[in-house]
Design a protein around this ligand. Sequence first.
Ligand SMILES: [Zn+2]
Length: 114
Amino acid sequence: MSTTSTTIPAETARHVLWVFGREGGYRPGSFTQRLLELLAHADAANAAKLAQIFPAEAAAVQLAQYDECGIFKLSAIATGQPIRCSRCQDEDGPFTESGLCEPCARPMPLDGVA
Ligand SMILES: [Zn+2]
């Protein structure tokens, strides 16, 4: 299931962040909350069915669950701010779970050449 072409609205990103207990989220209405929880518990086949009707919600939940830096991406969508590395403040991804860009996450070679 490809979700790369799906645009996730900022509101949906905030709702998914809330459902996953992350910073920057806020509680959706009861229907949306249950929908997002349903998507989070759906197996691949059911997630694909739901994604046909709720593409943005499905894409956002998929980001939160399966993308290594999905929470950062959702935070970026929710705030409208680009994702930045927590160490060098660079905007170039991909980012690790701890919010570091790849060069920062990579162990520095002993000869100091990065
Ligand atoms: Zn960095």
